[in-house]
Design a protein around this ligand. Structure first.
Ligand code: HEC
Ligand code: HEC
Length: 129
């Protein structure tokens, strides 16, 4: 009986706090990164080998899948520096708490030189086609 009520408790907790439940399904189609000045269609499929938490980093110890530019997060859409800057968390090469797009793509390109324009370029790259 005790076991059953413990399970019931967990179930109710999971309902009350979706963050404790399973992660949301991975979007299958490329989706626009909200707030970007130059449109970026982010594709999850080529990032399948990267753990969700690398990009959807924990917030106050908890898993989170909010938009990067959620109010109070990386919601500064004009500055190019600092953790509040959406631009910075996508492009900074080093020194931020979490890995940025460019930081990881630089490592990929170090091994696959032919992807340089696609993954590190600006105009006509795969990020900003
Ligand atoms: C390489 C980085 C990266 C990885 C790895 C990644 N995502 Fe994402 N994900 C993103 C970006 C960027 C967005 C768009 C966020 C925005 O618009 O601010 C996104 C958006 C999402 C959204 C939509 C959120 C919304 O409110 O519309 C979901 C759901 C999601 N990801 C789930 C996952 C899951 C589950 C995993 C792991 C299996 C995962 N992602 C792995 C970068 C990543
Ligand atoms: C932890 C590493 C990592 C991070 C972080 C990362 N990427 Fe990637 N990205 C990759 C790898 C690996 C590939 C596939 C390279 C290949 O083709 O072999 C890739 C490919 C891409 C492609 C090209 C897909 C295609 O059609 O070929 C786009 C666009 C892209 N990433 C956008 C982003 C954006 C935007 C972010 C940040 C929100 C991001 N990536 C963060 C590792 C990463």
């Amino acid at each position: 009986m005790k076991k059953l009520s413990a399970l019931l408790c967990l179930f109710i907790l999971a309902l009350a706090f979706p963050a404790l439940a399973a992660p949301p399904p991975v979007p299958t189609d490329p989706l626009p990164v909200k707030g970007s000045k130059k449109e970026v269609m982010f594709p999850h499929v080529p990032h399948q080998k990267v753990e969700c938490v690398v990009c959807h980093h924990k917030v106050e110890g908890k898993e989170n899948f909010q938009k990067c530019a959620t109010a109070g997060c990386h919601d500064n859409l004009t500055e190019k520096k600092g953790e509040k800057s959406l631009y910075a968390v996508m492009h900074t090469k080093e020194g931020l708490k979490y890995q940025t797009c460019i930081q990881c793509h630089a490592k990929v390109v170090a091994e696959k030189e032919e992807l340089k324009k696609e993954l590190l370029g600006c105009a006509k790259s795969k990020c900003h086609p």
